[in-house]
Design a protein. Structure first.
Length: 426
């Protein structure tokens, strides 16, 4: 399969470069306009903006024979479906139909991976797995996320695919990061960075590392030299407007920390004016509101009210560290308490999920044991019935033989009697 994909890629190269224009994705410029529109409206569930952009993207990509733009069309389809599934679950977790949504997400994933293999853009094959990993984790389906990660690792080891192994390591780091395991997140992401910076694999070195550098920077103390180092590497690694937007978000935090208020406001406004920002950085809007309140010296209770919309521990840690740096002790204490409660909640949910998984495994083992026991019982009953039938047949045979023996004796007796009568008559 990999040889086929490589051959297909070589054959398609002239068409690809012919349509490549001046944009980060190296696709046709008209296609890029529609792709950007789809990306910006991927979380728009109330208008037809996304569907319109997608239709235009696919029609233009087919007309211009831009295979990468075609692949990106299916990337956006999977992204939209997985995000919509998460959105619907947040609205009402109790009535959320996980089977229907899992089917839809898996269907779009299989389609994207099939297209990625056919066009040779294997980075999107693995990106499909990443999107599904996020979907399963955010919908509390840890078993599915773990199983998918194990399948990717097994397949990568079997085929000797270094890129797939590297991506698997990335997914593992994401899983640790989502449960706020900072130690293991740092360990895994450092290995991801080491492989990237030393690899000769063209598939690896072509990838943007902005997200990974940012994730690694967040495992270090706020505004530390190590954090700043990796944020700078992230900035130098930006390949798309979304990469730049993510880096701008963290640069705004650093500017506020350093007291560069005008620079902070400039970066903040860039983020808030970008349509994809709220969907890409969950809790980012609330984070900026809290930073504004802390910088403005607002009462601690007001800051805490705005902190209700924060999404991850990085945001809370940054804010209580900023408040502490500015001598706002009450605000820092309340935010730190919020962070500690979040950690307790994460531990509770993590342990709860593990117990649920253990209970599920116990249920599977018990079911297997019950089935085995039932099978043994059925086998035993079958043997007993067979023995009983055998005994009945033997008993019946003995009765028949005894009866035949009796008839034989009666026959012999009759024969002897007849013979005696003949002699007597003669």
């Amino acid at each position: 399969m990999r040889r086929f994909v490589l051959t297909l890629t070589v054959l398609l190269m002239p068409a690809i470069f012919a349509s490549a224009q001046n944009n980060p994705y190296d696709i046709d410029d008209e296609c890029y306009v529609y792709f950007t529109a789809a990306e910006h409206s991927v979380d728009d569930y109330y208008t037809d903006a996304f569907e319109t952009a997608q239709q235009n993207l696919l029609e233009t990509a087919l007309r211009k024979k831009d295979t990468k733009a075609q692949t990106l069309y299916y990337v956006e389809q999977l992204k939209h479906t997985s995000h919509l599934g998460q959105y619907e679950r947040k609205k009402n977790p109790r009535t959320w139909d996980w089977q229907t949504w899992n089917f839809r997400v898996e269907k779009d994933r299989e389609t994207l991976q099939r297209i990625a293999e056919a066009t040779g853009y294997m980075q999107y094959y693995y990106y499909a797995t990443e999107l599904c990993q996020t979907y399963y984790f955010n919908t509390a389906q840890d078993l599915a996320a773990t199983a998918m990660l194990q399948n990717v690792m097994s397949e990568a080891k079997k085929t000797g695919d270094d890129y797939a192994l590297w991506k698997s390591l990335m997914y593992l780091g994401k899983l640790y990061m989502r449960i706020n395991d900072k130690y293991n997140t740092k360990k895994i992401m450092l290995e991801v960075v080491r492989i990237y910076e030393t690899s000769q694999d063209p598939m690896i070195v072509r990838q943007s590392m902005a997200n990974q550098y940012c994730d690694l920077a967040c495992t270090y103390p706020v505004a530390s030299d190590s954090a700043r180092l990796f944020f700078r590497k992230a900035e130098n690694s930006c390949a798309t407007t979304l990469d730049s937007l993510r880096v701008t978000y963290f640069n705004a935090q650093l500017a506020a920390w350093d007291g560069k208020i005008s620079e902070y406001r400039k970066d903040r406004d860039i983020c808030l004016s970008a349509a994809p920002f709220s969907g890409m950085i969950h809790g980012g809007v609330s984070c900026f509101e809290c930073i504004d309140a802390v910088l403005g010296g607002k009462p601690a209770k007001q800051v805490l009210e705005k902190a209700g919309g924060l999404n991850n521990s990085q945001q809370t840690v940054y804010l209580y560290s900023l408040a502490e740096k500015l001598g706002q002790w009450e605000c820092a204490a309340l935010l730190m308490d919020k962070h500690i409660n979040r950690l307790y909640t994460d531990i509770y949910h993590s342990n709860g999920r593990r117990l649920d998984e253990t209970a599920a495994q116990y249920g599977n083992h018990k079911l297997s044991a019950d089935l085995a026991s039932a099978s043994r019982k059925a086998t035993r009953n079958t043997i007993l019935v067979a023995v009983l039938l055998t005994l009945l047949l033997v008993g019946a045979l003995l009765v028949v033989l005894k009866h035949l023996r009796y008839l034989r004796k009666a026959y012999d007796k009759d024969e002897a009697l007849i013979a005696g009568m003949k002699e007597k008559n003669e």
